[in-house]
Design a protein around this ligand. Structure first.
Ligand SMILES: [Ca+2]
Ligand SMILES: [Ca+2]
Ligand SMILES: [Ca+2]
Ligand SMILES: [Ca+2]
Length: 182
């Protein structure tokens, strides 16, 4: 009798386990598909990442996809990997790519739009930096998309005059561009 009861309990338990929905924790990988369009490591993904870690108010569609080094932080280190991949190819990707990361990574603002010299503030030195890049053959930072102060997708004297207007004539703040150039 006792044996029969145990068998019955085991049978019920087996049916329950088989019919219960299998719930697993969501896993997210830094696969490079930042804009969540199904294509990994495209230029559009790199642009999405650049905008996401710049003070542009842009929300990265799939932030976990941007975390190529799998440390649960989206920052300039991930951008450096993308940029290296963009320039030189697959050897820049971390061993074991794509790495498992967290699904809600922290985002670190690494770039300030209009900060042409890359020191995280905007002042007259950015104007002189732009002029030096243009006229004194001083090498520009690579990449230097934030030097496009007026956000027209190119780098030139208009970016210097735009910054002067912003700094000294109450002109509009530097404009984030959706384009990327280097
Ligand atoms: Ca993509
Ligand atoms: Ca990272
Ligand atoms: Ca600066
Ligand atoms: Ca420009």
């Amino acid at each position: 009798m006792k044996f029969k009861s145990i068998s019955k309990i085991l049978a019920v338990l087996t049916v329950f386990l088989i019919s219960a929905p299998f719930v697993s924790a969501q896993e997210c990988y830094g696969d490079g598909d930042v804009n969540n369009d199904g294509i990994s490591l495209s230029v559009a993904d790199m642009v999405a990442l650049a905008r996401g870690i710049t003070n542009c108010g842009y929300t990265i569609p799939a932030p976990w996809g941007a975390d190529l080094d799998g440390n649960c932080i989206i920052d300039s280190a991930d951008f450096a990997i993308y940029y290296c991949f963009y320039k030189t190819g697959i050897s820049c990707l971390p061993p074991g790519f794509p790495l498992l990361t967290c699904c809600d990574p922290q985002i670190d603002i690494a770039f300030i739009w209009g900060d042409a010299n890359g020191n995280h503030t905007i002042n007259i030195l950015d104007v002189t930096a732009i002029l030096s890049y243009l006229y004194r053959s001083v090498p520009r930072p690579d990449p230097d998309f934030t030097g496009d102060a007026n956000g027209d997708g190119s780098f030139g004297i208009l970016d210097a005059t735009y910054l002067i207007a912003y700094l000294f004539k109450s002109g509009p703040a530097p404009q984030c561009s959706s384009q990327f150039f280097d």
